[in-house]
Ligand binder design. Structure first.
Ligand code: ATP
Ligand code: MG
Length: 244
């Protein structure tokens, strides 16, 4: 298929393995500039493996991944960060023994523009007041929701253009989930970000995203406009008894 200019990321026939075990089977996806796109699907469907494959964490892969029309499939993680891809891993991963400020500074490790880094730190604190409050506290002592914000803010410190987020709302209260998604939308507008997000809560994801991909057993199952999928009988069937 011909690639259009608007596409920031394109995944073509991506298959991936852990050792001998195949997890992804010919996944195809694309993300246009400025979109929030969700990946939903049952536990073990391979959602995290897609993000890890993009971010260079999976060794055994076939297919190709294009970022701004450029092949990035074999690039190392630090090269991907330099190119403008950020990753917020599943499970609120922070450096627990480092302060919040040190965690954020770690996110800027590929940057050399000291003045800009300082400015970005201040902007992030204004955007997430929780950060300011706990700037000199060890990140491991923060609440789950606060750690999630640290993990997100740390990824933002690399100044990504494409942000990969793996279940950022996991374990948060319903209000916190909604708040976080609203913040994510604000960030998209403020920083002209494009966001690929994995989300367990299918209803929330479809509600809040421009488009979504439904994954099942490592394969593309459905795709479409977020709120259209929300009312799709097949999606409702897949998630019956779950989030619907
Ligand atoms: N490091 C690993 N080594 C071997 N198998 C793995 C590894 N990581 C994940 N898997 C397996 O790969 C499959 C897909 O895992 P993945 O983490 O991508 O699923 P997921 O859709 O993100 O699930 P969840 O919703 O539970 O986070 C699962 O069967 C999982 O057990
Ligand atoms: Mg996962």
């Amino acid at each position: 298929m011909k690639q259009t200019k608007k596409e920031i990321l394109k995944i073509k026939n991506l298959s991936a393995w852990y050792e001998q075990l195949q997890i992804l089977y010919n996944i195809n996806m694309h993300i246009n500039k400025g979109e929030i796109v969700s990946i939903i699907g049952p536990n073990g469907a391979g959602k995290s493996t897609i993000l890890k494959s993009i971010f260079g964490f999976i060794e055994k892969r076939t297919g190709s991944i294009l970022f701004h029309n450029q092949e990035i499939t074999s690039l190392k993680t630090h090269e991907l960060v330099s190119k403008g891809i950020g990753y917020v891993p599943q499970g609120r991963i922070v450096f627990p023994g480092l302060t919040v400020l040190e965690n954020l500074e770690m996110g800027a490790y590929t940057r050399t523009d000291k003045k800009e880094i300082k400015k970005d730190l201040q902007e992030l604190q204004a955007f997430f007041p929780q950060l300011q409050k706990h700037l000199h506290t060890n990140a491991g002592l923060l609440s789950g929701g606060e750690q999630q914000i640290v993990s997100l803010a740390r990824a933002l410190m690399s100044k990504p253009k494409l942000l990969l987020m793996d279940e950022p709302t996991l374990g948060l209260s319903p209000q916190m989930k909604l708040m976080l998604f609203q913040k994510i939308k604000e960030l998209r507008d403020k920083l002209q970000l494009t966001i690929l997000i994995v989300e367990q809560n299918a209803k929330l994801a479809l509600d809040m995203s421009d488009r979504a991909y439904v994954l099942e057993a490592g394969r593309n199952k459905l795709e479409g406009i977020g709120n259209k999928l929300l009312h799709d009988k097949r999606v409702q069937h897949l998630y019956l008894g779950g989030e619907f």
